[in-house]
Design a protein around this ligand. Structure first.
Ligand SMILES: [Zn+2]
Length: 114
């Protein structure tokens, strides 16, 4: 089963399995608990295949690490500007703001305007 399932989009675990839910099947990650939409029994015997397709097409979460790194730089730059108010620190804040903007747009799948 797990050879046709993609790794977990949340924790990266490759140990993905299925379980019965009401009158259908659901694919889930035992490591972090993430699950995909259930597939219910119908006239065809493809419930497990449909459940697997739901898992394999589940959207990955946005990558938050680049956003957090950019925000950390931005906060640091803002701190220095407020403490010293010097032009070079202001320039660093402007650069950090631009980097944070790009990182957030990329991480959320939005186009980056040039
Ligand atoms: Zn997981």
């Amino acid at each position: 089963m797990s050879d046709i399932l993609k790794p977990c989009p949340f924790c990266g675990s490759a140990h993905i399995t299925d379980r019965y839910v009401r009158d259908g099947k659901q694919i889930f990650c035992p490591n972090c608990g993430a699950s995909a939409r259930s597939a219910f029994h119908g006239p065809d015997c493809d419930t497990l295949e449909r459940a697997a397709a739901n898992w394999n097409t589940r959207a990955a979460p946005p990558a938050y690490e680049p956003m957090l790194a950019a925000l950390e730089v931005l906060v640091d730059a803002a701190y220095y500007v407020s403490e010293h108010g010097k032009q070079r620190h202001h320039d660093a804040l402007v650069k950090a703001r631009a980097a944070a903007y790009v990182a957030i747009r990329k991480a959320t799948g939005q186009a980056v305007q040039s």
